[in-house]
Write a protein that binds this ligand. Structure first.
Ligand code: ZN
Length: 260
């Protein structure tokens, strides 16, 4: 499931390969991923424009050109890859941006989100409006203030893109486990020391994950064991708990992350 580190990896793909390349055409294999733009408009408006420096905000990739910007969201199953000209299309390749020197393939099995076209900065702002600060750049003071404003459980609060942009289910569980905070604790019940600890663990987990382009499934990480039957805490060996919190499957250690 693409979260901030994965999208940061996709941004890197665009930055490394697509910048400066001229878009010759856009092949839309499935218009079901287009939001607010038709396949024809997408191709016409991007034709002959060159990709510029890409940006990421939360889970959004903003692929700028010297004309409109392409905003991509990867939902639950999306990905982005750079391939040589004329590369064979994969089954779930929905949109392929064909440039003068290679192709950018946007794939997504489930099509929950998709691609938008922004004509100018206002359009970009409109799509991103309402999102919280980006999890990778938020400062500790602002992070702490966000938590004190919410009474619901810390798990869904951190995963809510309107509170903080970029974290998903895996990252939130990993960060709470590192910080030894029970996922059902009300966000505003954390004391200043716990908020600082949570912020520090978020920084560490994001740094390591961004480096790998995903949340790494290392055996010393919760993410590395959470999918196993009868999974145990990598830190203390206690069998992990599993339940639905805020509508999402949540995994935690009942020993390390006691309810306060
Ligand atoms: Zn434990």
């Amino acid at each position: 499931m693409p979260e901030l580190p994965d999208v940061e990896g996709f941004r890197e793909v665009v930055a490394r390969h697509a910048v400066g390349r001229r878009i010759e055409r856009v092949d839309v294999a499935d218009a079901g991923v287009l939001r607010g733009v038709t396949a024809r408009q997408l191709g016409d408006r991007l034709h002959s424009h060159r990709f510029g420096k890409p940006e990421r905000y939360g889970k959004w990739l903003i692929a700028r050109t010297d004309g409109p910007a392409v905003l991509m969201h990867f939902g639950m199953t999306g990905s982005l890859a750079w391939l040589g000209s004329g590369a064979p299309r994969a089954r779930y390749d929905r949109v392929v941006f064909v440039t003068d020197a290679g192709e950018l393939h946007y794939s997504d099995m489930r099509k929950l989100q998709g691609i938008r076209l922004a004509q100018g900065p206002d359009d970009v702002d409109r799509v991103l409006a309402g999102l919280g600060p980006d999890a990778l750049t938020v400062g500790s003071g602002e992070f702490g203030r966000l938590l004190t404003r919410h009474r619901r459980a810390i798990k869904p609060t951190l995963a809510d893109q309107h509170v903080l942009a970029g974290l998903g289910n895996l990252l939130v569980d990993e960060i709470l486990w590192r910080a030894r905070i029970n996922p059902r604790r009300p966000a505003n019940s954390l004391d200043p020391g716990e908020r600082d600890g949570l912020y520090r663990q978020m920084r560490r987990v994001l740094r390591d994950s961004v480096r790998q382009g995903r949340v790494p499934a290392k055996p010393s990480w919760l993410t590395g064991v959470r999918g196993q039957p009868e999974a145990r805490c990598p830190r203390c060996g206690t069998p992990l708990s599993r339940g639905r919190i805020g509508g999402r499957t949540t995994v935690w250690c009942p020993n390390c992350q006691r309810a306060a």
